[in-house]
Structures are given as C-alpha cells and as structure tokens.
Ligand binder design. Structure first.
Ligand code: TYC
Length: 100
C-alpha cells in the first residue's frame, strides 16, 4: 500500500493581521463657511456639534486637521463624499487621505 503524504499547508496569512489604516485630513480654505464645514463633519463623519466645531477650528487655525482613521476604502469614500458636498454648493472644501 502506498501512503500519500500531505504536507501541511502554511496559513496564507495570519487571521489576526489588520488592514492598513488611512487618515482622512480636512484642509482649510478661505471661502467655505465655517457652519457648512461643521455640517459636513456631522453628516459624513458622525461627529456631534462640539467635536465638529473643534475639528473645523483646528483646520481653520493650523491649515489642516486629521479627522478620522479608517481602512483605505472607507477613508477614500468618505473623503470624496465630504468633498462632493462642498462642490455641490460651489465651495472649495477639500478632504484628502494618506496612509497612517
Ligand atoms: N477658513 C474658512 C473661513 O474662514 C472656514 C473653514 C474652516 C474652511 C476649516 C475649511 O477646513 C476648513 N470661512
């Protein structure tokens, strides 16, 4: 009788490995009304009034603010959604992403 030897296959990747994360960054501009920035942050990033106001003011004063961290696909989708809300109103509001 011949024995078939089955080599144990190494796990392709540990199940515990986490996907790389991406930051969503809000950029300041001179034209978008503060209140509109706050509205967008609340709608797209589920912030409350207080959080949204602080983030908006940080971007306003420093030029940019990291607002959240997600997996790549979610970060890119949210950044585009938020940027598009501004575009619809004719504002240059801009959200970008970068790897953490
Ligand atoms: N600087 C804008 C103004 O004075 C407000 C603003 C804040 C715009 C943050 C964008 O990311 C931003 N109307």
């Amino acid at each position: 009788m011949t024995k078939t030897l089955v080599k144990p296959r190494p796990k392709v990747q540990a199940e515990t490995k986490r996907p790389p994360l991406y930051k969503v960054i809000l950029l300041n501009d001179d034209y978008t009304p503060r209140e509109f920035v706050v509205q967008v942050l609340k709608a797209v990033f589920r912030m409350n009034e207080d959080q949204a106001y602080r983030v908006m003011m940080t971007a306003h004063q420093k030029g940019a603010c990291v607002i959240a961290v997600y997996v790549r696909d979610v970060a890119e989708t949210k950044a585009k959604e938020a940027t598009d809300l501004g575009k619809q109103k004719g504002y240059p509001l801009f959200f970008t992403t970068e790897p953490e």
